[in-house]
Write a protein of this length. Sequence first.
Length: 210
Amino acid sequence: MKEADSTLYEDMAKNGRRNVALLTIAPTGSVSLMTQTTSGIEPVFLISYKRRRKVNPNDKNSRVDFVDEIGDSWEEYNVFHNKFLKWLKVNGYDVDKVKLMKDAELNAIIEKSPYYKATANDVDWVAKVKMQGAIQKWVDHSISVTVNIPNDVKEELVATIYKTAWECGCKGVTVYREGSRPAFLFPTRKKKTQLNSKKRLLHQDPKTGS
């Protein structure tokens, strides 16, 4: 800081610091989805994916699409990036029809969009961590950034990501391997739903699974 901004350094040396931190970056993943705004230095997670919300199967009109290993019920719903929806409209697509398309049809349209091969799973993960380190230099608090990786990556890559984060001076780093949490969000291109009936869950031994 002394070299980059000598005036700020001198002011702080003379007057002290009023706050513990001058700069911080709050977690903005879900917030950016709700507000349809940028999520900071994060690339687009996916152009289209599914999210799950917990539901009570006894509620009227509730729909259960997934039951996890502890018996909680979840409803699945599609989420589209706002810019992709705008791109669809500009290019003459019926958005309502696209939302109802099956994965194969939807993916064919996604491949024509400018977001194809530019999402979180497509970028160079190690390079992304290096970028985080470059920004971390000027941010007091740890930066909330998630490195999204496919579920078939080697353990060596995960180790490289963490080591790179440490070498670059990152105060924290999060790695999310696709599919590591059953009741989270996941791409529409792969369907991994394991819907069990209530009867089976009631009679399932949690230790043996039988």
